[in-house]
Design a binder for this molecule. Structure first.
Ligand SMILES: [Zn+2]
Length: 492
């Protein structure tokens, strides 16, 4: 959970719904291929969609606080975009403060790349390859096309309020705003193949050695198949790999004439920029130890029920019962008072108020209320029971929501009341002062294998992860003068 209160914006969606009516039956030419495609969304509308969703993406995922790195990525992105078929668009590039290994683009020229993926590249040519791929999605209008298809099918994008259905994962997906849904649109394999080819075209035009592109896909594959890979939307969940992706790339490169030897890869120029990069989850933004959630920046702790499956996402912390029949989640509320927050909850959800209960939270103002919701329009019709508490801590209002199906919920009632009562101010100095892990670059004073390097310059990640980060194996030999990545610090 980050500090920002997630503001759920529906304006982009409302705009989208009317677009279909305005432009139904459009057919346009794909700017990358010159072939006609059904397109219900004009370029001006594409730009409007991107512009509308951009602030939400930046607010909910956070911009990485390093102006120099931002500028570096943006200028490389601009250079590539200028060589594309849609150079006339106003392009925007941002590094997001997110540990997940991902990159994505919005219609209209908005490209995002996470600090998590930056940590995994080993040259400027690799970064260029992924930026080029994302630019390719925008140029070929894959996002806009996807939205057009959904309009055609009459589906529209999912509108969520608070999902009062524990069967529906934890309802977290529905808390994401429209912009986030756009970010995680999943492309088809054909779109991926086309984006690969376009990316290749742009890095070739700028003059890089294109061969590292294949290496990038290898690294990303290793990341997603590594045990303990962080859960969440990553490159492979939003970019399904085409069959034989690397073979396809290699044969595309063979068709490009020219000798790539001697073309720049810019390994050292890239690696030296990664010194000090935040690596992995930032524990200051909240972390679990067993079932206790600590949030050093916000200064509180909360104990979720024992045995429940917990999850710390960008805008919420949640837990699901082992039987998956009840959910508890905490979010920050944008409200003036406890009463106002509670009022808003009952207005928004149309839930029926039940009795108040004593939250048991010591030293802080709080309000706890039971509620019920009749889902009459569902077959079979059923009832949701739950409780909602609001807590005032350090001038912020927290909402703790727990619910389940009627008969199931009653089994968890006491447990959940106890969990709510465990909310308290964080006073443990060691936890209050925790800092995230950072990436460091070491220039070797003699040749050594990665394993030897790890013994001499220990990391707080294991050798396997270190190998993925360095695009190497344990026995890969680095030369004197090479830069090698290590990770230091972080939560003990
Ligand atoms: Zn892609």
């Amino acid at each position: 959970m980050k500090i920002q209160v997630s503001r759920i914006r529906w304006t982009a969606l409302a705009g989208l719904a009317t677009l279909g009516v305005m432009t139904l039956g459009g057919c346009s030419v794909n700017p990358a291929t010159g072939k006609p495609q059904v397109m219900l969304i004009s370029e001006a509308q594409e730009i409007a969609i991107g512009r509308e969703a951009d602030p939400e993406i930046r607010a909910s995922m956070g911009e990485y606080d390093d102006p120099e790195l931002q500028e570096y990525v943006a200028s490389l992105g601009q250079e590539l975009a200028a060589k594309s078929e849609r150079a006339h668009l106003e392009w925007h590039f941002a590094v997001l403060d997110d540990p997940l290994v991902n990159a994505f683009a919005l219609p209209g020229g908005y490209v995002y790349i996470t600090r998590g993926i930056l940590a995994h590249f080993n040259s400027e040519a690799e970064l260029a390859a992924v930026l080029g791929h994302e630019i390719g999605h925008v140029v070929a209008r894959h996002g806009a096309n996807q939205m057009s298809k959904q309009q055609l099918a009459g589906i529209g994008l999912a509108v969520g309020s608070i999902a009062l259905d524990p069967g529906n994962r934890t309802g977290l997906a529905d808390l994401a705003g429209q912009g986030m849904q756009l970010a995680f649109l999943k492309f088809g394999r054909d779109d991926e193949r086309q984006a690969d080819n376009l990316g290749l075209r742009y890095i070739d035009r700028v003059g890089y050695d294109p061969r590292p592109m294949a290496n990038v896909f290898q690294t990303l594959g290793r990341v997603s198949s590594a045990a303990g890979a962080p859960a969440g939307p990553n490159w492979f969940s939003t970019h399904p790999a085409p069959e034989n992706r690397i073979e396809l790339l290699n044969s595309a490169m063979q068709r490009m004439d020219g000798d790539f030897n001697g073309r720049p890869v810019r390994r050292n120029e890239y690696l030296t920029r990664l010194g000090g990069l935040t690596f992995g989850e930032n524990p200051r933004e909240g972390f679990f130890e067993e079932n206790v959630f600590y949030h050093p920046d916000l200064g509180f702790q909360l104990t979720f029920p024992a045995g429940w499956k917990t999850q710390n996402s960008r805008s919420a912390v949640a837990a699901t019962s082992p039987e998956k029949d009840a959910v508890m989640m905490m979010t920050l509320e944008d409200a003036e008072s406890l009463e106002a927050a509670e009022e808003k909850f009952f207005t928004d959800t149309k839930a029926k108020r039940g009795r108040r209960f004593e939250t048991g939270i010591r030293g802080l103002q709080s309000l706890g209320t039971y509620f019920e919701v009749d889902l009459k329009d569902q077959q079979p019709s059923r009832r949701i029971l739950g409780q909602v508490s609001f807590i005032d801590h350090d001038q912020r209002i927290y909402r703790l929501l727990a619910y389940g199906k009627d008969e199931d919920y009653r089994n968890h009632d006491r447990t959940l009341e106890n969990a709510v009562g465990s909310f308290r101010r964080l006073t443990d100095k060691k936890i209050l002062s925790v800092q995230p892990a950072k990436m460091k670059l070491v220039r070797l004073d003699r040749a050594m294998t990665l394993e030897e390097f790890d013994e001499r310059y220990p990391s707080t990640v294991d050798l396997k992860q270190l190998a993925i980060l360095n695009s190497a194996e344990a026995d890969t030999r680095f030369e004197r003068g090479d830069y090698v990545k290590r990770v230091v610090g972080g939560r003990p």
